[in-house]
Ligand binder design. Structure first.
Ligand SMILES: [Zn+2]
Length: 475
């Protein structure tokens, strides 16, 4: 990164000479673009020459950065991630779903401390930043205060959610005690304490872990309280066929979770519906009419859930974005990998609908939208993030394509989806500040976090009594 600075203060930054993929409503791409950042916002964007002639002499505290042969994008938005599960990477590979949940993940999560949550979020955040993410939606963890501390330090933007359950079989004792009132009260307190903190980078959402762990009273009070506070709700929806069977039996509806949520009038435009794999056409209609947003997590779906009808959802006008899910469901927390997988899996899935695969399904520009502006709409923040436009927050990802993995670039938009690797992301800015520069995380010591994470992870497994069996002939 070549930088010229006229002052130690960075109140205005001009980046020029870069290809800029704006993801704005006109899908503008500037081959040789420039962008002006003042404090935390984008002040101007356009052709490099126009930007330089207009701004390079007028600003006082000016930093000019020449990013020739780089590509600039809006920061990616990961709309479903369990930051608290990062220290559990690799504890539940190749096991069935019930072993995954009851014998690995619940014991792990219920044995975490707030400091573990802080460390886990730091580790997860480092990986998110390396993959060009500037904003994420937490799927629900035990200690929002620990997560908030890490997000504030890393410089990221996030919608944080507590893990919420008020009923269910086989829950760890400490979780089984929670009443519906406790669940709502605790989230209102977290909202009071953390919403709109860290220079406005942190928002607090309401959580519903999943329908098998929620009473209808919890669902409805969550809906009402989130509406009053004008915030969102993050819920796992229609993950496995058993979930729909459970709902059919317990709630006496014809299909499954989405049908029940429609019936009790829970579906609203502030609902972030994660996974949403086992839905039929009628239910896709319910989601679309209510303006529900869907987070598609392709890697996690392939590991445990199944093929989600993403093309059908997009065709019906549903806003679909991308998530990684947690480390024990995916292992890789890279939205770059998820873009690649989302495109391939949904092309291949067409074989079930049409009897042949369809290479034109979910093209690269659709996938890029899912990773950026659709992500912003999903987290209810598209008035400020998701595209590079005047007046929006300066959340920017810088890609360096001149490596063995991306050269040659003939079609920039498709190369970003099909060729780009996480390692091609070199710098990341959030809220007008660099949080990774030339692959170095700016606000924490990455090496120290890795060391502490290894130690804390072993201690949690020991406390939780989880042991991972050997594979192959370990000597
Ligand atoms: Zn999840």
């Amino acid at each position: 990164m070549e930088t010229k600075s006229s002052s130690s203060s960075n109140s205005v930054t001009i980046i020029h000479n870069a290809m800029i993929v704006t993801m704005d409503p006109e899908s503008r791409v500037f081959k040789n673009g420039g962008i002006v950042i003042e404090q935390d916002k984008i002040k101007a964007i356009g052709q490099s020459s126009d930007i330089l002639s207009q701004f390079s002499s007028v600003a006082h505290h000016l930093q000019i950065i020449d990013l020739h042969s780089h590509i600039l994008l809006p920061g990616f938005i990961n709309t479903h991630v369990h930051t608290s599960q990062q220290l559990a990477r690799g504890i539940a590979d190749d096991v069935d779903l019930m072993t995954w949940l009851h014998h690995r993940i619940w014991p792990y999560e219920s044995n975490m401390t707030e400091d573990d949550s802080y460390l886990s979020t730091l580790l997860c955040g480092i990986e998110l930043i390396h993959s060009g993410v500037t904003c994420f939606a937490e799927a629900g963890g035990q200690y929002v205060s620990g997560m908030a501390r890490a997000v504030e330090k890393l410089g990221l933007r996030a919608c944080l959610t507590e893990s919420i359950m008020d009923t269910g079989e086989g829950l760890p004792t400490s979780w089984a005690m929670r009443t519906t009132d406790d669940c709502i009260q605790s989230q209102m307190e977290l909202y009071e304490k953390h919403h709109n903190t860290a220079d406005g980078r942190i928002r607090v959402w309401f959580g519903i872990r999943q329908i098998m762990n929620s009473t209808d009273r919890l669902l409805l009070e969550t809906r009402n309280t989130a509406q009053e506070l004008k915030t969102g709700i993050h819920m796992h929806v229609a993950e496995i066929p058993y979930e729909n069977q459970f709902v059919k039996g317990n709630r006496k509806v014809e299909h499954g979770t989405v049908t029940h949520l429609e019936k009790i009038n829970f579906l609203q435009n502030n609902l972030l519906s994660a996974h949403t794999v086992w839905v039929d056409d009628t239910e896709i209609g319910f989601l679309s009419r209510a303006g529900v947003k869907v987070s598609h997590c392709p890697a996690a779906a392939m590991r445990m859930l199944g093929f989600a009808p993403i093309r059908e959802m997009l065709d019906s006008g549903i806003c679909v974005s991308l998530g990684t899910d947690g480390a024990p469901s995916n292992n890789r927390m890279s939205i770059v990998d998820e873009m690649y997988l989302a495109s391939l899996i949904n092309k291949g899935r067409e074989v079930y609908a049409k009897g042949t695969t369809d290479p034109t399904a979910l093209p690269a520009e659709t996938i890029l939208r899912m990773g950026t502006i659709n992500g912003a709409k999903t987290v209810l923040w598209d008035n400020e993030i998701g595209s590079l436009e005047i007046g929006k927050k300066a959340d920017i990802t810088v890609v360096h394509p001149n490596s063995w993995s991306m050269v040659p670039v003939h079609d920039c938009i498709s190369s970003l989806v099909y060729s780009m690797r996480t390692e091609n992301v070199v710098s990341v800015m959030c809220n007008g500040k660099w949080i990774m520069k030339d692959k170095k995380i700016v606000n924490v010591d990455e090496g120290e976090v890795l060391l502490a994470a290894k130690e804390a992870s072993s201690k949690i497994l020991k406390r939780a009594g989880i042991s991972i069996p050997n594979r192959m002939n370990v000597l």
